[in-house]
Design a protein around this ligand. Structure first.
Ligand code: NAP
Length: 340
């Protein structure tokens, strides 16, 4: 069952009645032991669920408080294979969720608040339950960093975007802004010149953080205009965004640009607070994989944006979910063989 939150985003409604919002039954309260526990319910988590259940494992997904991940806040998805005319993000996630449940995965719309990967079986705790699993797949995703402007929320999905690959083609023949100075911003600005008349790259310093080769490509692109030492201070519009106000941090000068879209590319924050001191994370908090989808702890795997800072697509997240489930199958088969 879908609802709309205060910011206008589509969310799944949650309740405490023993049923999930989509009407499916939550498991018997006493059932807390599973073969596989998947934390997170974006494309990677649900795909892991489909594969693990299909392989015969008793599988639980703890979906968190916003089941569906980032796609639940997306409008039309045009680049997920299988949908000739595109599909709305929330509809896609609801279909994958139902497919997962049809395979036998237990989905509980509750949030993991703690984990203990030092003991066997592995433990995942919610506020009210303690679940045990022989393997865990971390699929908690990452969230794009925000500028923190009021207009950013108002025009999210109506001009403001966090993914050029996903939304660029909706902005043909328009003037656009990309904010940021890292590889993502420079790559996205270059990509967007395929569609835009002009791309304004707005960066808060006077040098880019991006790699040399990507910088050169952007600096030599006649469709990209650079605004150095500059930030966006306001986003304005009516039904859709129409203007952005820029401020030069050195001179204080303000500039109003008439643009159809603004792409925020100032980094991502992986959802890994829960796993600090449990598994190896890199300096920015992304899960470090040892080999394939294995984390630093035996029996704990990761899939999707929580470890992937390069691709960040629904289809690649789903692919990682499949890979993690196959790795889990191998791990559980081998550990069962060892016990026999
Ligand atoms: P990033 O490297 O952390 O860069 C973020 C950029 O946003 C920086 O230029 C930063 O400015 C700016 N920024 C941060 N907070 C801001 C704020 N509040 N307001 C305005 N600007 C802000 O993030 P990323 O570009 O997403 O890249 C993340 C990682 O993925 C990097 O390791 C990158 O190399 C990798 N990546 C690789 C590729 C590729 O190889 N094809 C593509 C994309 C990403 P400052 O520079 O002043 O700090």
């Amino acid at each position: 069952m879908m609802a709309t939150d205060a910011a206008g985003a589509t969310v799944l409604e949650t309740n405490n009645t023993g049923t999930n919002p989509d009407g499916s039954k939550m498991p018997d309260k006493k059932k807390t032991q599973f073969d596989v526990i998947i934390i997170g319910a974006g494309p990677s988590g649900y795909t892991s669920g489909i594969y693990c259940s299909r392989a015969g494992y008793d599988t639980l997904i703890l979906s968190g408080i916003l089941p569906g991940g980032q796609l639940v806040n997306t409008t039309e998805v045009e680049n997920y294979p299988g949908f000739e005319n595109g599909i709305m993000g929330p509809d896609l996630m609801m279909d994958i969720r139902k497919q997962c449940q049809r395979m036998g995965t237990t989905v509980v719309d509750d949030e993991a608040v703690d984990v203990d990967f030092r003991r066997r079986p592995l433990k995942v705790l919610t506020a009210s339950e303690e679940y045990e699993g022989r393997a865990v797949i971390i699929a908690t995703g990452a969230n794009p960093r925000k500028l923190g402007l009021e207009g950013e929320e108002t025009f999210k999905g109506r001009g403001v975007s966090y993914c050029a690959t996903c939304d660029g083609p909706f902005f043909r023949n328009q003037e656009l802004i990309v904010v940021g100075g890292g590889d993502s911003a420079v790559e996205e600005a270059t990509f967007l010149t395929k569609f835009a008349t002009t791309v304004h790259l707005v960066h808060r310093r006077d040098e880019l953080r991006a790699s040399k080769i990507m910088q050169e490509r952007a600096l030599n692109n006649p469709k990209i205009t650079f605004h150095w030492n500059t930030t966006v201070t306001d986003i304005k519009g009516d039904q859709k965004m129409q203007q952005a106000i820029l401020k030069n941090l050195k001179t204080g000068e303000e500039l109003t640009l008439d643009v159809g879209g603004l792409f925020v590319a100032i980094g991502h924050e992986p959802n890994t607070t829960l796993f600090k001191n449990q598994i190896d994370l890199d300096e920015e908090g992304y899960v470090m994989l040892q080999s394939k989808t294995h984390t630093s702890v035996e029996g704990v795997f990761a899939a999707g944006d929580v470890h992937d800072r390069s691709y960040r697509q629904a289809v690649t997240a789903a692919g990682y979910g499949c890979m993690a489930a196959i790795d889990v199958d191998k791990y559980l088969t081998e550990s069962t063989d060892k016990q026999e």
